[in-house]
Design a protein around this ligand. Structure first.
Ligand code: TYD
Length: 401
């Protein structure tokens, strides 16, 4: 291992943009807690050495992932289907007919691992947020309420050195200590073992200027180049990268030990594309900064024009991503009256930082809102289908994109 820092940040790190004072993205709160709300400065830098876009500071993981984590993977039918397909793809491509051992990190409510129940695969999920881990157990999934670190492997002894695949989805970018993550994976995997994970993709974020992917939980926004450079510091290599439509554009990475000879020959050209599009260099990050500033100006202009005409605006889906938009652009209840959402743990509370009330989505059409800010723009198809009547009544969907 070339790098022995406790955190991989890379050298030649340049500050890119500050989004200002930011609360916990998923910290939906009650009125009584407004005065004690926690804030930190959300800013990102870019390491030219490892091509990594990363937060400069973030709250301690336990402040974000605890017994009150309000994100449930199963809240989207599209995501349930996606995880079903992800599992089928992996079974076909990498697993044997019998005696497999797999692990999922950040297994949430068990949506992915449920696809391995009743198969000849022994599974284990690591989930640090107790409420969602308990729900997974209730659904018959083997979940341990722990962070994925070497000292938490007590319940995973039979997986040590014997695991075929360590899976993740939207989780590796949440792990501040990537060295501990890779060393834990190294301890668990067998000789031919793979790490397969999918994360929001830097190239997609740049293309859409979807800066709302940047919030406390997303410590890194990865590219193929960054993943390739990071794993190369260890006994691992990237052997495939497969684009995904989820979360507004993600990338699924397949990692194996260095001795593996089989890899997708397209990787080389994918790395060259990232170079050409400046995804792997500082210039891409600097362009992104300009685009964020422009996007903020345009959005505020659009919202002020709507308000000036006397129209009503609500939000739809109280996503973690919305916390960055609302706080960076300083949008509060004077502009967006309320946000409708399906999550019982969020309903009745207020949005982090800007304190916009969160209401039950069932009441969405009870009052007419001329405009509805779709914060879950990544679930556009699913939501527009569900809320077909809204357009018919003359309502309009808007986003910052
Ligand atoms: P997602 O984009 O996965 O959130 P995040 O930015 O936190 O990763 O969207 C999940 C949120 O959107 C969750 O609060 C539930 C809400 N939601 C709805 O209210 N209705 C829907 O139809 C869907 C798919 C999500």
């Amino acid at each position: 291992m070339k790098n022995s820092n406790c955190k991989i940040t890379g050298n030649k790190t340049k500050n890119i943009i500050s989004f200002g004072k930011m609360p916990i993205a998923n910290g939906f709160l009650n009125k009584k807690d407004f005065k004690n709300e926690f804030f930190f400065n959300l800013s990102v830098s870019f390491s030219e050495e490892i091509s990594l876009l990363q937060l400069n500071d973030h709250p301690k993981p336990k402040m974000m992932f605890n017994s009150k984590y309000p994100f449930y993977t199963s809240s989207s039918n599209f995501m349930k289907l996606h995880f079903n397909e992800y599992a089928s793809w992996a079974k076909k491509k990498f697993l044997k007919k019998i005696n497999n051992k797999i692990i999922e990190i950040g297994s949430n409510d068990g949506t992915f691992l449920k696809n391995f129940q009743n198969s000849n695969t022994e599974h284990l999920g690591f989930e640090p947020s107790k409420n969602v881990s308990d729900l997974a157990i209730k659904r018959g999934v083997n979940s341990t309420n722990k962070f994925f670190t070497r000292e938490n492997l007590i319940k995973a002894e039979k997986f040590i050195g014997k695991t075929d695949i360590i899976f993740g989805a939207n989780v590796v970018c949440h792990i501040p200590d990537l060295i501990e993550f890779i060393k834990t994976a190294d301890k668990l995997l067998n000789d031919d073992g793979k790490i397969i994970f999918e994360e929001p993709y830097l190239g997609s974020m740049y293309k859409k200027t979807s800066y709302d992917q940047i919030y406390d939980e997303h410590i890194f926004i990865f590219s193929i180049t960054a993943i390739s450079k990071i794993f190369d510091l260890f006994d691992f290599q990237i052997i495939d990268a497969i684009p995904q439509v989820t979360h507004g554009g993600s990338m699924r990475y397949v990692i194996s030990r260095k001795k593996t000879k089989h890899f997708n020959k397209k990787i080389k050209s994918m790395l060259e594309t990232e170079k050409r599009k400046k995804i792997s260099s500082l210039q891409g990050a600097l362009n992104f900064r300009k685009n964020c500033e422009l996007s903020k100006e345009k959005l505020l202009d659009k919202l002020f024009k709507i308000k000036k005409k006397g129209y009503k605006i609500c939000g739809y889906a109280a996503t973690s991503k919305s916390t960055t938009i609302l706080n960076y652009c300083n949008i509060g209840p004077d502009i967006i009256d309320c946000i409708f959402d399906t999550t019982p743990d969020k309903i009745g509370k207020f949005s982090p930082g800007k304190h916009i009330p969160i209401l039950d989505y069932k009441n969405f059409t009870k009052t007419f809102y001329n405009y509805s800010f779709l914060f879950a723009w990544n679930h556009k198809k699913e939501i527009e289908k569900k809320e077909k009547k809204y357009l018919k009544k003359g309502g309009r969907w808007i986003t910052h994109l």
